[in-house]
Design a protein around this ligand. Structure first.
Ligand code: FES
Ligand code: FES
Length: 191
C-alpha cells in the first residue's frame, strides 16, 4: 500500500503542490526602435511579453507561442527572430526593431507599409506586423533579392485571411521584383 504519511516518500512528494522556485533577475539595457530601455527582468520573461507588457509595444502579436506562425517577428540586430522563442535577458546590449519603429518620425509609412496599403496586403491585420518585419529585413539586405527569396520569406509567416496573393504583390512592388511573363505554348498546328 502506498505510504503518503511519510513527508519524504516519493508518493507524498507527488501529492504536494509544486514548489515555487525563486527566479533570478537581470538588469538589461536594450535599444528598441532607437531608444535605450533599461529594465530589471526575470530570467524566464519572454521577449514577446517584455515588449508587449513592459514596454507597451503591442504591435508585436502573439499567435502560436511556439515559433510557427511568425506573428511575433521582430528584428534583432536587423535580422528577423521569433520573439516568442527568446527570453528578455538574451537581448541585453542588443538592438530591436518592432513594427512601431517602421514609420518615419512624421508618421510617413515605410515603403513596405505603403505597399501593403496600396495592394491591400492585409485583412484582419493580425499577421501584418510579422510580415512587415521579415519583409523589411529582406528589403534592407545588401545582396540582390530574387522572387525565390521573397517566397522563402513569405513561407515564414501564416496568414489566415488573404491567401497571400496581395501580400506577395505588395512585397514584389516594394522590392522592385517583376514577375516573369509566361509565354503561351503554341497551339498544335500553329507555327
Ligand atoms: Fe511566435 Fe507564433 S507567436 S511564431
Ligand atoms: Fe488576417 Fe493575415 S490578414 S491573418
Amino acid at each position: 500500500m502506498t505510504d503518503t504519511t511519510n513527508p519524504t516518500s516519493p508518493a507524498r512528494r507527488a501529492l504536494a503542490p509544486p514548489v515555487a522556485e525563486p527566479t533570478a533577475r537581470h538588469e538589461i539595457a536594450v535599444e528598441i526602435n532607437g531608444e535605450t530601455i533599461e529594465a530589471e527582468v526575470e530570467s524566464r520573461l519572454l521577449l514577446t511579453d517584455f515588449l508587449r507588457d513592459r514596454v507597451r509595444l503591442t504591435g508585436t502579436h502573439i499567435g502560436c507561442e511556439q515559433g510557427s506562425c511568425g506573428a511575433c517577428t521582430v528584428l534583432l540586430d536587423d535580422l528577423p527572430v521569433r520573439s516568442c522563442l527568446m527570453l528578455a535577458p538574451q537581448v541585453d546590449g542588443r538592438s530591436i526593431r518592432t513594427v512601431e519603429g517602421l514609420a518615419a518620425p512624421d508618421a510617413a509609412l515605410s515603403p513596405m507599409q505603403q505597399a501593403f496599403c496600396d495592394h491591400h496586403g492585409l485583412q484582419c491585420g493580425f499577421c501584418t506586423p510579422g510580415f512587415l518585419m521579415t519583409l523589411t529585413s529582406l528589403a534592407e539586405r545588401e545582396t540582390p533579392v530574387t522572387l525565390d527569396d521573397l517566397d522563402h520569406h513569405l513561407d515564414s509567416s501564416f496568414c489566415r485571411c488573404t491567401g497571400y496573393v496581395n501580400i506577395r504583390a505588395a512585397a514584389r512592388h516594394a522590392l522592385g521584383l517583376v514577375e516573369p511573363q509566361l509565354v503561351p505554348e503554341p497551339m498544335q498546328g500553329e507555327g
